[in-house]
Design a protein around this ligand. Structure first.
Ligand code: ZN
Length: 466
């Protein structure tokens, strides 16, 4: 990968390691693999070699004050620039909305200079895209800001992306698109590999029993009576995929799991189903190992991905986290898989460390429960950076872009609006060649006659067309 030359004093948390991490993230998104013969320079003019004849991308650094002050800016005070103004011949068709400049470089703080300037053989960024990349991906603001909601979660409205109006944009991926177009100008013969859009549909199995034991028993008994009087019909329903598994017939939440699997199969999507291994609590469902195993076997036979859904109290409790993880290991017969935290409870960087310590492959928690969009400024799976220990965390984060309950329960949005929001977000992911991660539960929104159920079925083929 092309080396980043840093020639400026650095500050915490934007250290040399952090800058190199940010550059690798941007370069990785546009698949810079071989030597491009372009100097990537991060520093001030006085330290730049004047006799340089190599093509140059020069990113001017922001100051420590600019970096830290972003947390306390007045709402909607960030400058946005039209991409067509600074990159007219390329890139503007990929990004149809104005680009936010998170950190203006030192000397350009008034926001009046162009985002970038093209000279002969060099392109100069007046916006510190490395600081922005580090800022968004590391979730540094979640470490610094202490406000939490009633479930101890970092709230969307505290985030810079929300306050400055770019939560609906994969801003870091868009920066990488701009960078790619710049490199193509400097190196016209460079043909970067296109990165394809991917769909990641996941289901957190929050509950498997809509009815209490008594009602469930009554339903089963009624079912048995029906079978006795209509033996032929009963035999047919048994053959219809029940495989002797009564709950697929009588328990609505388990029926929904099968329904979600069926819709995925119809669309040839390998979705993932995340299962809980917690003990019952106010926020965790009844834990039933044998039932869970049976459903997992059913889904695995159909080649679906099975993931881990750690319980409500695990996100900052390593003993509990590892205990539940061990149960999951035993059920799956292996130790490495992905998943998502229940209630999206997540503390940066602690929860990432738990996932790393447990040898898990990826977490997909980081979206906001109350607001859809790009919490990490990206839709690319990426390795997070631990701001406190100043190191890369050895797992992947696959940011969650939207879930059913955000739109239906938090925002009370009807299906027409919801469908538009989902398709718009997916389009943004497609434009940057990323991954559109959507969460659909097996619970209330999925029950028969709920309008969101029909919308979901209608959406999947549309999402595949991007
Ligand atoms: Zn959950």
């Amino acid at each position: 990968m092309t080396v980043l030359t840093v020639n400026t004093p650095v500050f915490f948390p934007l250290t040399r390691k952090a800058l190199q991490y940010a550059w690798n993230q941007l370069a990785g998104r546009i698949k810079i693999k071989d030597k491009l013969e372009v100097l990537i320079y991060y520093g001030h003019e006085e330290n730049l070699d004047r006799n340089l004849d190599k093509p140059l991308i020069w990113i001017k650094p922001c100051t420590k004050e600019t970096f830290e002050n972003i947390l306390y800016l007045v709402e909607n005070s960030l400058t946005f620039q039209n991409v067509a103004h600074f990159l007219p011949d390329a890139g503007s068709h990929l990004i149809d909305q104005d680009m936010p400049a998170l950190f203006w470089s030192s000397g350009a703080e008034d926001g009046k200079k162009p985002f970038l300037v093209k000279g002969s053989n060099r392109i100069i960024f007046n916006v510190d895209i490395l600081a922005a990349t580090f800022f968004m991906l590391s979730r540094w603001e979640e470490v610094v800001l202490k406000t939490r909601d009633n479930h101890n979660r970092f709230p969307a409205h505290e985030s810079t992306a929300y306050k400055q109006g770019f939560l609906d944009r994969p801003v870091i991926d868009e920066y990488s698109v701009i960078l790619r177009e710049c490199l193509k100008i400097l190196r016209p013969r460079w043909a970067p590999e296109p990165s394809g859009f991917r769909l990641k549909i996941s289901h957190d199995i929050d509950s498997m029993s809509m009815y209490s034991g008594l009602i469930s028993l009554l339903l089963r008994t009624a079912g048995d009576i029906v079978k006795r009087f209509k033996p032929r019909m009963a035999l047919k329903t048994l053959q219809d995929g029940m495989r002797g598994f009564q709950d697929f017939k009588y328990n609505p939440y388990i029926k929904n799991i099968k329904w979600l699997a069926d819709v995925s199969l119809e669309n040839r999507i390998i979705s993932s189903f995340n299962f809980m291994m917690s003990k019952k609590s106010k926020y965790d469902p009844e834990y039933e190992l044998s039932k869970t195993k049976e459903i997992i076997n059913y889904l695995q036979a159909l080649r679906f991905e099975i993931g881990f859904h750690p319980g409500y109290y695990t996100f900052n409790n390593d003993t509990l986290f590892l205990m539940e993880k061990e149960r999951m290991d035993q059920v799956l017969g292996r130790t490495n898989y992905g998943g998502r935290q229940h209630y999206l409870r997540f503390e940066v960087p602690m929860t990432w460390r738990l996932w790393e310590r447990a040898s898990l492959i990826y977490d997909s928690t980081l979206g906001y429960p109350e607001q859809e969009g790009f919490r990490c400024g990206t839709c690319y799976p990426y390795q997070p950076f631990d701001v406190l220990e100043q190191r890369i965390i050895n797992i992947y984060e696959c940011p969650l872009i939207v879930m059913d309950s955000t739109l239906a329960n938090y925002k009370h949005i009807n299906t027409i609006e919801a469908e538009k929001i989902i398709l718009d977000l997916a389009k943004r992911c497609a434009c940057v060649g990323g991954v559109f991660t959507m969460l659909w539960h097996n619970t209330s929104l999925c029950v028969k006659n709920h309008p969101y159920r029909e919308m979901y079925r209608k959406l999947l083929p549309l999402l595949q067309k991007f």
